[in-house]
Design a protein around this ligand. Structure first.
Ligand code: IMP
Ligand code: MG
Length: 178
């Protein structure tokens, strides 16, 4: 892995694809146990979660439907606090076991907004799976059920996550160079 340059900002290797895949496998194992004999619906949060959704779903043994919501809450490398439902939720999640799949949870503001919206569809249950979580800044009042890797409060790219639109294609995760 080498230094990656996006919009003139440099990023260095942080989490290898092997580490990422192991974390996803652990989440899948847990979901397979927790929802054994049930049907779930995976709700991927676009754009960042597309890789995570793909790799997680391949490991699910429980029957799983798939849907997406597209939220916009981030500008540059700082959380803006305002969330937009660009591709809205639909009725497919009504009365289902909904598992939200996120690439990364930072402050939790996006999640808090989404949780409220999802609850309007009366899901049978709602749980959250995220590849990464930043515990130092996370401030939602509800717990996150499935966490892949906890990281420090640093800006990362790769594996679906972007810096102003770039970096999503990287199979490994990189962190902004200090
Ligand atoms: P939150 O609302 O602060 O939890 O931010 C959540 C969203 O911000 C995530 O779904 C990402 O799209 C984006 N985000 C937060 N931290 C990072 C990061 O370190 N790199 C890239 N995107 C991030
Ligand atoms: Mg996201």
């Amino acid at each position: 892995m080498e230094v990656v340059k996006l919009h003139k900002k440099e990023f260095v290797p942080f989490l290898s694809s092997e580490l990422i895949q192991n974390a996803i496998e652990a989440i899948a194992d847990q979901i397979n146990k927790d929802f054994a004999g049930k049907e779930v619906i995976i709700l991927g949060v676009l754009d960042g979660a597309f890789m995570m959704v793909s790799d997680l779903m391949k490991r699910l043994k429980v029957n799983a439907e798939l849907t997406f919501v597209k939220l916009k809450s981030y500008h540059g490398d700082r959380s803006s606090g305002s969330v937009n439902e660009v591709l809205p939720l639909t009725e497919v999640i009504r009365k289902k076991h909904v598992i939200v799949v996120e690439d990364i949870i930072d402050t939790g503001l996006t999640l808090a907004f989404l949780r409220e919206r999802i609850m309007q569809f009366n899901p049978s249950s709602l749980s959250i799976a995220t590849l990464l979580l930043k515990p130092e800044v996370f401030q939602d009042k509800y717990p996150v059920e499935y966490i892949g890797i906890e990281i420090a409060n640093k800006f990362v790219v790769g594996y679906g996550m972007d810096y102003d639109g770039l970096g999503r294609q990287l199979p490994d995760i990189y962190v902004a160079k200090e």
